[in-house]
Each structure stands twice: as structure tokens, then as C-alpha cells.
Design a protein around this ligand. Sequence first.
Ligand code: ADP
Length: 625
Amino acid sequence: MSNKKFKTEVSQLLKLIIHSLYSHKEIFLRELVSNASDALDKLKYLTITDDEYKKLDFNPRIDITFDDEKKKILTIADSGIGMNEEDLDKNLGTIARSGTQSFLSQLTGDAKKDSNLIGQFGVGFYSCFMIADKVEVISRKAGEDKAWMWTSDGESSYSIKESERETFGTTIKLYLNEEGEEYANRWQLEQLVKKYSDHIAFPIFLEYDQKSYEGEGDDKKEVIEHKVEQINNASAIWKRSKSELTDEDYNEFYKTIGHDSEEPLHYIHTKAEGTQEYTTLFYIPKKAPFDMFQADFKPGVKLYVSRVFITDDEKELMPVYLRFLRGVIDSEDLPLNVSREILQQNRIMTNIRSSSVKKVLSELKGLAENNADKYLDFIKQYNRPLKEGLYSDYANRESLMELVRFKTTDSEDGYTSLADYVERMPEDQKGIYYITGDNEDTLRNSPLLEAYKKKGWEILIMDDEIDEIVVPTLGKYKEKDFKAVNKSSSDEDLKTDVDKKKEEELKPVLDKIKEILGDKVKDVVASSRLSDSPSCIVTDDNDPTAQMQQMLKAMGQGDMADIKPILEVNPDHEIVTKLQNTEDKVVLEDVSFLLLEQAMIAEGMMVKKPAEFVKRLNRVLGKSL
Ligand code: ADP
């Protein structure tokens, strides 16, 4: 017998689960049944592919029994792969996946939301301590003789000792606490299994005693009949025809495989017949999975071959940018013992994958056309992964261009499609203008946009850090070039002959400013894009923008010397016209610096030497009074 302490993160998690999920405790059953089903899937696969296991007498099932006497007990048993001593220690004493800290930080205190996170994170087993004050896991691994019992009160430690179990599989014995007593009840259990686990591909049996009465009057006596009844549907829902299934059927199955208590936003069920036979059932969750932006995200699509579960841990079944999808791919053509390496190069799998992507994208297009509200909900959660697709899925770039949405200067909170944007473009507008940066408000108020706004030209507001990487790779949409307004050349589009003349006149003062600012700027030029502000900064066409530089720095590639901005000044602004005529060297120097520094501040950047900036500002203010 060995006594062990839980790893710290497990103890922490146990406490949190018990407290935060208190009002949503019924999910323990969904989690345990889902673990049992996984264990059956694993063994089923081995009995088909591995000679060692072919001789096993495998009768896949899950059995739920309860004892409603004084100390109420609930047991859930499966005839699956089972665990040996080492497995028990590893699986039920630690949390294998990294990112525990990020999980903990995402708990909100809202039981319903948190219960979804818990399922997704895969700490499902521990949820049983919400309803039990002691749990025994008696397990025997398929192919081994010894059985082991893991016991814990869910406080801080657990023990493992040798035990007995007639055949392989796992029995979870829950000693219900006061909160959990209600689950030692036939109706409750039936209802919960229907709700969460109806389409688990294995039969779930409930054992119970049925009381009835025989005879009349004094002869009347109670008869107790012991019954074992299958309480779930146990059919692979994706194999059934669409016409047989209701929205409710689809939604309930989603809750099981998506570990979500909310309904999905959308589902896509496809049966392919002909040269290749396969079925896919994909779901889009209402809320993006919590780990969508973590490198170790858990993939949500499971691979089956002829209804035999193969893997749920293959990140490349679908392209990474569609990692928010939940669901199933079931192929009739792949070999059962398909390995990960084979999977990645397999022609059959490649075909399934590429037609599935096309299907999902065309379904999204339909949604955008026919159900704008729902599509907006989709965009709010998944616009960013779609943009990743623009970058990574060249083959589907055209469809993705139609699907992504952007914020624009013409909409305060809504989004526009590129198609609508181009539709609205006035005739003299030269390209699709966009501005990138990390703060929407700063971007909307940027001096860079003044002249465009005046002309009635709309600008896409790109405040998502990925925009910076994606948009420059897009090139054109419907023959129109994408143009960054914070790059020097986009100014050309706005220039008139009058502007060119003014530029000439301004040359002497521009040269002076340039001399004063020295190596702080790449150039000082007259601007056509400003109307109210005296100055702005832009990046040379060939240089990365300020935001891009910050990002490269964050990615550890920031050793390139700081790229210098180009300072543009507004020829019509009072400050600039007056500056042309000043002889005062100090004023000229102060104002030159202030033109640069205020332009940086307006773009949300820091000035390099704030103390000097303040001194200059005060000198100028002092003189103006
Ligand atoms: P998850 O199922 O998301 O991995 P859990 O905390 O629910 O997280 O379970 C931890 C691990 O314990 C599982 O990954 C599995 O290896 C093992 N396990 C749990 N229940 C069973 C079971 N009934 N039979 C076999 N292994 C199990």
C-alpha cells in the first residue's frame, strides 16, 4: 500500500472545482461516462489491430449501479482498457497537460461557464469529489492479472493498493456526500445519461430494484425485481441519416463530445459516397475553446475508421486554423492501424481533409448570406483564426477573403466584408486603405486618417496583431491593392498639383527641421494626408511598421536597429506656416522636436525622453502667453 500526496496543482484544482462548480455538480456523470467510453474505444481498437488483444473476450459496456441504503453509493464500471498501478498514479495523481495555471486563471466563478472549462481542460475525473467524500477506483489493465485500487477523499492525498477485479476494466465507486445523495436514484441517473451521454457509442446499463405489489388487502405484498436496463441510444449519431435526426439530437451529441453545456452555434453533417466513403459531423461552439490560442491546444475533432475510434489527439486532421471545430471524421477507407506518420501523408486523409475544409467554408458562406446575426456571432469568436487561414491556407484564400470581416472608419462597432467595402468605394478611390496598430481608439483618431476621411474614403481599422502579418501578404482584392495608410507611399494617392507646389515652397524649412532632428527621422516631408493636425509619422514603404517592430521585439527578433520614421508636416497648418518665417533658433528647435513627439504620442507611442519633451513644451507655452 502506498500513500501519496497529490501534486500541488491537483490539490489546488480540487478545491476550485468543488467550490466553483458547486451548483453544476451533475456534470460529474458526463465526465465519468466519457472517460469510460474513451477506455472502451482504446481497447476496441487494440482488439481489432493487435494480435495480443484479439483473444480477449471483449464485451464493451458501461454499468451504473447504486445503493440507496443508509450510506449511499454509486458505481460506474466499464470493460475498457483499465489502468495498472503506474497508470493510476500518473493519471489520477497529476495533471498531465501543461497550462494548468492558465486554466486556473480562466475560472470565472460562474459555475456554468466554469463547468465547460473543466470538461475542455480534461480534469473531468476530479469533478466526482463534488458529490463524494470518498472515491475508490478499482482497475485492472487489459492483458494483466493484477488489479489495483486507488482511494482518496479528495483532500490532499491518495493511496494505491493491490485489489481484486474479475476481468479487465475500471470500476469507480463513489461514496456520496450529502450533496451527492440525490444521485443514488434511478430517475435522476436515467435523465442525466439521456441528457449528456445518449450517443456514447457503447451501451450504458442501469441496474436497479423495481418495487411492485402483488395481491389484494391482507395478502398484498411487496415484490422486488432486480432489473438491468440499457438507458442510452448507443448509436453513432454521425452514421444515421440527416432525415432521422432532429436539431435536438445534434445538440445533445455536441454537449457530450464538446464537453459543453451550451448548444453549438452551428453543425455541419456530411456523408460522402463514391470513390471515397466517409462521414463528418462538425460543430462550431458558441464560445471559442479556452485554449484556442495556446500552442498545446487540445484538438476537437476525433478520427474514426468504420466506427472504430482511432485518435482524438491529432492536430492536423483539419488545418490548424480551424482548431475550434469539434466533431468526428469517420472514414470507411483508411486502414485501422493507421499511424500518425501515415496519417499525415495519406492520400485518403488528405482528400477528406481538403473536401472537409471546403465544405466548412462554403457552409460559413451560406451562413453569412442567410443569417447575418449568427454570422456576426461567429465572427466575434473566430475572425482571428480565419485570418490565420488567409495566411496559411493558400488554396482557400479566395473563400477566406469573402469570410473575414474588418472594422472600418464607417462603422463604430460593426464589421464589413471586403466585398461590401469595395462596393462602397467612390470612383476616385485608389485602393483598399487600412491602418494597423494595437489600439482601436488610437487608430480611429489617428491624424493619418484626416485627409482620407475628408474625401469620404473609408479605412479598415486593423487592431488585431495578426493583421500586421496577414494583410501585407494579401496583395489585391478584386483588382484593388491593399494600402497601409501608415506607409509613406499611400500619401501619393492624395497628392494634387497644388500640394506639389506647396511642397516646393516648404523645402527650406523641411531641410532645417531635418537637420535639427538628425538621426531621429529618416526624412521630413510635406504631407497631403493631414487636415487638422500639424504632423504625423509614417514608415518607409520598405520598413516594418512601428507595430510590426514591437511584435518582432516581443518574438525575440528585436535586435534590428530601431527603424526610423518619416515625419510628415502639414503645409497648411498655422504652426508650420509660421515656422517658415521664424528666425528664433530655440523656437525652431523646440517646435521641430514637438512636431515629431506629438506625432508619436498620437500613434500611441512613447516619446524617448519625456523630461525633455516637457521642458520644450513649457518653453513654447511660456513664449506664447
Ligand atoms: P481526461 O479524460 O480529460 O484525460 P480525466 O481527469 O478525466 O482527464 O482523466 C485522467 C486520465 O485518467 C485519463 O486521460 C485516462 O488516461 C485515465 N482514466 C480516467 N478514467 C478512466 C477509465 N474509466 N478507464 C481507464 N482510464 C481512465
